[in-house]
Ligand binder design. Structure first.
Ligand code: ZN
Ligand code: ZN
Length: 329
């Protein structure tokens, strides 16, 4: 099969021929129909996330159809359409797994990082960590639900009681959270890179009450905010915009250093916390809610062969919504 694989930190993806392997016990093999590009993939390529599987195939927003089923798998048939998310395996035994927090597992496997992912024509996945995709969604449209949607949903759950919600970094996750927030009656404030009129326009179209550059204060103080951009200096900026008792959620797996800041920004019971990975229950809950709103991801589709060009555009902030790779059929 054709794959676009990681070579070494800082290098572009390498076009590679890889064997298609029969699924191991408990696993399924899918023909990949679409795979979203997530900001986390850029962190893998840049070496921000250490110790990837050597020559890993990135991609953890996989939509595919099952073409082979390993021994011991129940509940799936050949031809079923499934999604494969970032959380690819957990140990089931550590204190986190045993307390309903498998997202924090001490011995996890992550798709497209420690397990080969979906920048390829085929992918295998542990059948216990894949999900049926609601029929309302096309393949490419569904791909961003698998990470931008799931991580966005997990971050949003922590701020769902906020009346005025800010989002810093209006990319794939933010444009899905915006739809969750507006549907639930929250006033949304979208912060983008200065001059990113495309993202600001999309935010307003999705119902944002205000959209502007991250350096600006919102017209009213915020009850909560989520930062999706991997930019540490946004933390004091966002704290400045929060009311007392407000919550700031950091939604990215990697962030540049947070600058030194006066304690006064945190004083008043403001809370800063990160959100890590997802649980399978998050996926079940989100995939049930998404078609009822309905959440509609805005996607730009690229051929798998053009993965490096797509990543360059994502990096440059030259895309609104989500980028999705489609392999040759
Ligand atoms: Zn565990
Ligand atoms: Zn992701």
């Amino acid at each position: 099969m054709l794959a676009m694989a990681f070579d070494h930190a800082g290098a572009p993806l390498q076009r590679a021929e890889r064997p298609v392997r029969a699924p191991k016990r408990g696993h399924v093999l899918v023909r990949v129909a679409a795979c979203g590009i997530c900001r986390t993939d850029l962190h893998v390529l840049d070496g921000d996330l250490e110790h990837p599987k050597p020559h890993v195939i990135p991609g953890h927003e996989i939509i595919g159809r099952i073409v082979a089923i390993g021994a011991g798998v129940h509940g799936f048939r050949i031809g079923d359409r499934i999604g494969v998310p970032w959380l690819g395996a957990t140990c089931g035994r550590c204190a986190y797994c045993r307390s309903g927090r498998e997202n924090l597992c001490d011995r996890p496997g992550f798709t497209g990082y420690t397990i080969d992912g979906g920048y390829a024509q085929f992918a295998t996945a542990d059948a216990d960590y894949v999900f049926a995709i609601p029929p309302e969604y096309g393949d490419a449209e569904a791909a961003p639900l698998m990470c931008a949607g799931l991580i966005g949903y997990r971050a949003w759950k922590l701020v769902r009681s906020a009346h005025r919600l800010g989002i810093y970094g209006f990319g794939a996750a933010a444009h899905i959270v915006a739809q969750l927030a507006v549907f639930h009656g929250q006033d949304l404030y979208a912060f983008t890179r200065r001059g990113d009129r495309g993202a600001q326009k999309l935010a307003r179209e999705l119902g944002a009450a205000w959209a502007g550059p991250s350096e600006e204060m919102p017209p009213k103080p915020l009850d909560a905010a989520i930062i999706f951009a991997p930019v540490g200096p946004l933390v004091p900026l966002a704290l400045k915009s929060l009311v007392k008792g407000g919550t700031l959620v950091l939604g990215g797996i990697h962030m540049t250093d947070i600058p030194e800041m006066p304690y006064a920004l945190l004083w008043g019971e403001r809370v800063v916390r990160s959100v890590a990975n997802l649980t399978r229950q998050d996926a079940i809950d989100f995939l049930e809610i998404a078609p009822r709103i309905p959440i509609r991801p805005h996607v730009t589709v690229f051929d798998l062969d053009d993965a490096n060009a797509a990543i360059a555009r994502l990096r440059a902030g030259d895309l609104t919504g989500a980028a999705v790779l489609v392999p040759p059929g």
